[in-house]
Design a binder for this molecule. Structure first.
Ligand code: MN
Length: 489
């Protein structure tokens, strides 16, 4: 676990990048000193692996540093302990950007899966919190990826919950962001914990078919590359990729396939990486001249990309001896984007620019995509209504110390927050901590604030409190409490 293992993954890091990452490395290592994972490994292995994934995505040094630091703050939130690590210290040590990312991830860290309805609610809110900066969700995905890799050490009940949440939230999210590689990994890691029997079955199917198919492909590859050379296409790379397990499972379940592996033509697909878009179409023509395509299977995702930005030409041909094979043709840039999605976009956009303050507005307009995705999750009309931007604009989303999201109208105060959490907390409120700083109870909350209400037993609300409340819920509760104490008649 040397810092150099992270730095050497990055293409052309500057001295500033190296310094920032090294500093975060030292800080996180020291903070997690003595802590252990369920696996018995040092806790630091977790943020270390998270940061490595972010480095592989070629994200900026602030994101990689935040990956290293992503749990130093959360630990303090979860235990409720006032350890010396907070926003202020991170800001001082690592700057605004890193501190923002760490606190963003930390606040989302404890969103829990509690049934579908709650999940949709939490998601809606989570996306808004993330909407401020795409990098927050990229760190979250890298974090989840490592947690999934070490899931076997977690106890049974929790194991399944985390795996289901990964299949239902994080993998579709990665998919929506066009991050095919991360999505595939997340699904395959969750699969055995969610349906162990089906997982075994699919593994067996692959085992029985893989070798034969691989041999066929070798011949096809050879023949195609000879033909491409004849046509002057020298700089073409070819490789084959085996279908991800979970994705194969989903395909096998389609009625048209009906668990028959012979109906799956892309168990192993041939991938052709060409220099230019023109070459892609040229290669498609050459392939179709060599082997007959299945007409319904020709897909031009270059001219018409998938909604998540995926681009490629797909064709399925009767290769020699009638062997049906899928071939995917794309440029190197399309390939990067298919594997790393929004992260690749981000890296491209940043290249050559000063790497700072990147609250990136991606060409993918990813917020719109997230909202698209939410539509797929819930067909509920009410839910769609809540997605309207106007509604969002008028709300603030705050977090309890346990990471629950409290949704309040703009202008709401700490008093409103307290009553939104629980009537007793509102009635007994004496003071409020916002982002670990004391504020008066009439403090107007801002989006993303972390709010902790301090209470005192038997404390009763005063008439003054009523003036501080903005929501009808809080006002109603205060009035009813004042009535009881004889204040109101
Ligand atoms: Mn973590």
């Amino acid at each position: 676990m040397e810092v150099n293992n992270i730095i050497k993954i990055l293409k052309n890091p500057s001295q500033d990048d190296i310094n920032l990452i090294s500093k975060a490395y030292g800080f996180a290592k020291e903070t997690h000193e003595g802590q252990k994972r369920f696996s018995g490994e040092p806790y630091f292995s977790h943020p270390f692996e998270t940061a490595k994934t972010l480095a592989r995505l070629q994200l900026d040094s602030a994101t990689v540093a935040a990956g290293l630091l992503h749990d130093v703050y959360e630990d303090c939130l979860v235990t409720g302990a006032r350890t010396p690590i907070n926003d202020k210290i991170l800001k001082k040590e690592f700057g605004e950007d890193v501190a923002f990312l760490v606190s963003g991830v930390s606040k989302l860290g404890t969103l829990k899966y509690k049934g579908e309805k709650r999940m949709i609610e939490n998601l809606r809110k989570m996306f808004l919190a993330m909407a401020k900066d795409i990098r927050v969700v990229l760190i979250k995905l890298a974090d989840r990826l490592h947690n999934m890799k070490t899931l076997e050490y977690v106890s049974g009940e929790k194991q399944k919950r985390i795996a289901v949440e990964t299949l239902e939230i994080y993998a579709p999210l990665a998919n929506r962001l066009g991050m095919g590689e991360i999505k595939g990994q997340l699904e395959d890691l969750a699969f055995p914990f969610v349906c162990p029997e089906k997982y075994k079955k699919v593994k067996e199917i692959i085992k029985n078919n893989y070798e034969k198919k691989e041999k066929e492909l070798l011949k096809i590859k050879y023949k195609l590359s000879e033909e491409l050379k004849k046509n002057g296409l020298e700089n073409v790379k070819m490789d084959s990729r085996i279908k991800h397990l979970y994705s194969l499972f989903k395909k096998l379940q389609r009625p048209s396939v009906n668990m028959n592996i012979k109906e799956v033509y892309d168990l192993i697909a041939l991938r052709v990486i060409a220099g230019t878009v023109e070459d892609c179409y040229k290669i498609l023509g050459i392939i179709h001249k060599m082997w007959k395509p299945l007409p319904a299977k020709i897909k031009d995702y270059i001219a018409v990309p998938k909604p998540n930005g995926y681009q490629s030409l797909h064709t399925t041909v009767f290769a020699d001896g009638g062997k049906i094979t899928e071939i995917q043709i794309r440029t190197e840039k399309m390939h990067q984007e298919a594997e790393y999605g929004i992260a690749a976009h981000w890296a491209y956009e940043e290249a050559g620019k000063p790497k700072k303050g990147a609250r990136v507005h991606s060409r993918l307009s990813w917020i719109n995509q997230l909202i698209e995705w939410q539509k797929e999750i819930s067909k509920s009309k009410d839910f769609l209504k809540t997605l309207k931007i106007d509604f969002f604009k008028d709300r603030v989303f705050c977090f309890t110390p346990k990471g629950e999201v409290i949704d309040l109208p703009e202008g709401a105060t700490a008093v409103d927050f307290a009553y939104a959490v629980h009537t007793d907390i509102g009635n007994n409120a004496v003071s409020a901590l916002v982002n670990n700083k004391f504020v008066p109870l009439n403090y107007a909350l801002k989006n993303g604030d972390l709010v902790e209400i301090q209470t005192q037993k038997n404390k009763k609300p005063s008439a003054e409190l009523l003036r501080h409340a903005k929501t009808s819920l809080a006002k109603k509760q205060i009035k009813s409490s004042l009535k009881k104490t004889g204040f109101f008649h």
